[in-house]
Design a protein around this ligand. Structure first.
Ligand code: 0L1
Ligand code: MG
Length: 256
């Protein structure tokens, strides 16, 4: 079956770091089919022993939505094998087109499901942290296509989380600097995430419910990028500093 075969193909590309063709011709899919492929893709990892630990939100900046010609957010699943230790190292040989973006991460203390208000979302937060997402389209010569991105787990590939802070910490408008080897490559503010990252949490509950899922207590929600993503190169140190929240880093190795 087409859906199963594509999920297998994307899983192999993610595991091997070898690019796969985009979903054209007889492999073209609808957004609905793409969501099912994403679910099956993650099921392969879970069969290998990984756990789903949360969700990532994508296209959370209005500018990026307009640029891509999309009208709603997308989401992908975070699994335990995507976690990169703070201060750790990643080998770029395992990625296809790796990029990194600065984010805010929520840890939920209570379950959230469906249409919730920002106040209800805030009340479910146990802690907030600065974070970075490593995104990596697994497609060869990737050209943007919404179903292709959704099927490919919204390009999510890894995440790094910094120190946790109290849930009442105001993260609505914090300055963020992402640097490579001490040189700033992106400057932004958390307000670029839908005006305030809590809106991404509200949206995560709404969008997950459309697929019959809830945001479980204990899960991590990456709220989306505060700046454009920047391509990673081997042999660099990547750091993200967030006003009032501190900094986090990782380094890269590998031939590309
Ligand atoms: O904003 C996001 O995290 C989604 C990124 C998907 C498109 C891409 O690979 O650039
Ligand atoms: Mg992101």
């Amino acid at each position: 079956m087409k859906i199963t075969r594509i999920a297998q193909r994307l899983d192999e590309a993610a595991v091997s770091g070898k690019a796969t063709p985009q979903l054209t011709g007889e492999d073209a899919v609808t957004v609905r089919e793409a969501a099912e492929i994403q679910r099956l893709l993650i099921a392969h990892r879970i069969e290998r022993g990984a756990r789903q630990v949360g969700l990532k939100m994508g296209f959370t900046s209005r500018a990026k939505m307009a640029q891509m010609g999309v009208s709603d957010l997308i989401w992908g699943r975070l699994t335990s094998d995507m976690w990169v230790e703070e201060g750790g190292e990643i080998n770029l040989a395992h990625y296809v087109h790796p990029r990194v973006e600065p984010e805010i991460c929520y840890l939920l203390g209570k379950r959230l499901e469906g249409n919730v208000t920002p106040l209800e979302a805030l009340a479910a937060v146990e802690a907030v942290a600065p974070a970075m997402e490593i995104i990596d389209s697994r497609y060869r010569d990737f050209k943007f296509s919404l179903p292709d991105v959704i099927a490919d787990n919204a390009s999510s590939s890894g995440f790094v989380v910094g120190a946790w802070h109290k849930p009442e910490t105001d993260v609505s408008n914090l300055g963020m600097i992402m640097s490579f080897d001490g040189r700033a490559v992106e400057l932004g503010t958390s307000a670029a995430i839908l005006g305030s990252p809590i809106r991404a949490l509200v949206a995560a509950a709404r969008l997950a419910a459309q697929q019959g899922e809830a945001l479980e207590a204990g899960s991590l929600i990456l709220a989306g990028a505060a700046t454009a993503a920047v391509a990673l190169k081997p042999g660099i140190s990547v750091r993200c500093e967030v006003q009032n929240l501190g900094s986090l880093s990782f380094s890269t190795t590998g031939e590309r």
